[in-house]
Design a protein. Structure first.
Length: 309
């Protein structure tokens, strides 16, 4: 018998804990056929509702249910990392508890592992049910980061992924504090099979990802996997230095040859405002990289565990 570890991050998901379990166990025949023992690992990311109580009730009914509960909310990236560390299975799968990652795909995904793939990943081909503005910016993000980064981030990629132990251990080798799992999965390499499916809306409850949180997450992803913004800041600095030098020459020539007065205050204010804005923009870019370096240097743990079984 081989173990398949199923890592399920949760944050205020009391309504979905049992629903997910029931849906997952519809694959019981598949597990039995492939001689797989499911190890279900719920990662409670500091929930404030009754998520922990629901997980405990399941654990009393099924000895294969386990939990890692954080002391507070550390974020989904920390939850995924904790789940991968907790997993002991020969195969590991990460999926969302809200059933946007359909457990019914597991047999197909496992079939590709048997063909020799080290991981099987999923991506949604539509964003039905998602606010149009969010879909628009999500697509722009994937296009932008793939132009700037050497690591390919697949548009519509989900965290729903089935991995071999070799692939899982490779991911765990990356112990960075500022994690962007979608990029890490791509960075480690290995042969990956992609499965596409239509977007599925949440079973119950509301998403915990606001537009602002997704925006910050996108910035984290860009900073984590490309230094192109720093190059852009340097380019803008050189460009405006050259432009300023040219304008100085033009002003001197106009005054010496034609006797024209220098430009008035309105044009001067506009130029100063533009240059100041570019300077602040470049400082902001540098600040993002410095802040990430600062967090890495402090070497704080990615999460603290309140309870575990």
């Amino acid at each position: 018998m081989r173990t398949i570890s199923i890592v399920v991050p949760c944050y205020n998901e009391e309504e979905n804990v049992r629903v997910f379990y029931d849906e997952l166990m519809k694959n019981a025949d598949f597990f039995e056929e492939k001689d797989l023992v499911p190890e279900i690992i719920y990662i409670d990311d500091g929930s404030k509702d009754k998520t922990v109580e629901q997980i405990r009730m399941l654990a009393e009914e099924d000895q294969h249910v386990h939990m890692v509960s954080f002391s507070r909310n550390f974020g989904k990236e920390a939850a995924l990392y904790a789940g991968l560390k907790k997993a002991t299975g020969e195969f590991v799968v990460t999926m969302d508890v809200d059933l946007q990652d359909p457990p019914s795909l597991l047999p197909e995904m496992f079939g590709y592992l048997e063909e020799g793939y080290e991981s099987v990943a999923t991506r949604r081909v539509s964003r039905k049910g998602e606010p149009p503005i969010r879909s628009f910016f999500a697509r722009r993000f994937y296009r932008l980061i793939n132009r700037m980064s050497k690591t390919e981030i697949v548009d519509g990629a989900r965290d729903y992924r089935l991995m071999t132990r070799k692939f899982t251990d490779a991911v765990l080798e990356l112990k960075e504090y500022n994690r962007f799992t979608k990029g890490i999965f791509s960075w480690v390499g290995y042969e990956t099979k992609w499965i596409e499916f239509e977007n599925i809306e949440r079973t119950k409850g509301e998403t915990k990802w606001s537009f602002w949180k997704l925006f910050i997450y996108a910035i984290d992803g860009i900073v984590a996997f490309t230094t192109a913004p720093l190059a852009i800041a340097s380019f803008l600095g050189v460009l405006f230095c050259v432009l300023a030098f040219v304008l100085i020459i033009v002003t001197i020539v106009r005054k010496a040859v034609f006797g024209d007065p220098t430009s008035g205050w309105p044009s001067l204010v506009c130029i100063i405002s533009l240059i100041s804005g570019v300077q602040l923009f470049c400082l902001g870019i540098i600040g993002q990289y410095m802040s990430k370096t600062y967090m890495e240097v402090k070497n704080r743990p990615q999460y603290l565990i309140r309870d575990e079984f």
